[in-house]
Design a protein around this ligand. Structure first.
Ligand code: OAD
Length: 268
């Protein structure tokens, strides 16, 4: 399996880096918008590009209500695999730099498409280091990998539920109504949480600058958060291993690894 983390990049252009640093430092209201690429160096596979398949199956075939209705055991097997993988991962230098900025400058809003919880874990560590009463919140547009809920309604189940995806009979069921439990993430074809969407787009409309990290920017409505910020006048700084549909809107694009570039952009 090829590895996104192995992509070699020339060092970033020093002037582009300096310009982006200045834009982000001067921004009074910064929106940080991330995708799977910010977690690639933590060892979490991205969805598209190299390593984007699981046992030859595309995420879009699994992460849908129809996919779960057809084969809940297969979908749970995929999520159980992802939960086990993410549980072994730790936030990387990019998550930590974003968390430091958000803690130090409360007008920073962090919005992610990731369900891995690594931004939240970095925020908790930074809050503890600073002695803050609580970590800065993260808007997780696509839900949380470790959350579990009932397919029928909003019945929640414990976050740390251990799922045996060995057979249909061993899949977890709702203690209140007996329906199958499912991962607490947003699937293709499902609506995002209205409060999360409102928070993300409100931050996009207000932002002076938007730092976009590691997203292919092809899944909407999430991807529109960054383009909305750019259209509302924010300076857009894009950090990505490759060009994306957002690159044309970006004030500065930096090609390279998030774990190197994000601290270089945000740290004092
Ligand atoms: P993708 O897998 O589509 O894109 C990852 C992006 O990260 C690509 O543009 C890569 O070039 C870039 N990348 C990879 N490694 C990087 C690194 N070390 N540093 C910087 N950039 C790097 O992931 P998302 O855009 O997050 O949705 O995908 C969006 C949504 O599609 C996900 O939230 C998920 C998925 O299906 C749902 O599950 C609903």
């Amino acid at each position: 399996m090829a590895d996104d983390r192995a992509i070699a990049h020339p060092p970033p252009d020093a002037r582009a880096l300096a310009r982006a640093r200045a834009l982000l430092a001067e921004a009074r209201r910064l929106l940080v918008f991330t995708g799977a690429g910010v977690s690639a160096e933590s060892g979490v596979p991205t969805f598209r590009g190299a390593g984007g398949l699981w046992n030859g199956v595309r995420a879009e075939a699994l992460a849908t209500p129809g996919g779960f209705a057809r084969d809940p055991r297969l979908v749970w097997e995929w999520y159980a695999w992802r939960r086990a993988l993410v549980a072994r991962c730790a936030p990387n230098a990019a998550h930590r730099a974003i968390a430091r900025r958000a803690a130090a400058r409360p007008d920073t809003v962090v919005v992610t498409q990731n369900v891995d919880g690594l931004h939240e874990r970095a925020a908790a560590v930074v809050a503890a280091e600073r002695g803050d009463a609580a970590p800065r919140p993260v808007v997780a547009l696509h839900g949380r990998l470790f959350a579990t809920r009932c397919v029928r309604g909003d019945h929640e189940a414990p976050d740390d539920l251990v799922v045996d995806a060995g057979s249909l009979a061993t899949l977890p069921r709702c203690p209140r109504c007996g329906s199958l439990l499912r991962p607490g993430v947003v699937w293709f074809g499902e609506a995002l949480d209205p409060a999360d969407l409102e928070a993300a787009f409100a931050a996009a409309e207000r932002a002076d600058a938007c730092l976009v990290v590691g997203t292919s920017a092809v899944v909407h409505p999430a991807a529109s958060v960054a383009s909305t910020a750019a259209r509302a006048g924010a300076a857009l700084v894009e950090v990505n291993a490759e060009a994306t549909p957002l690159s044309a809107l970006a004030t500065v694009t930096l090609r390279g690894a998030a774990g190197t570039l994000v601290p270089a952009l945000l740290d004092d």
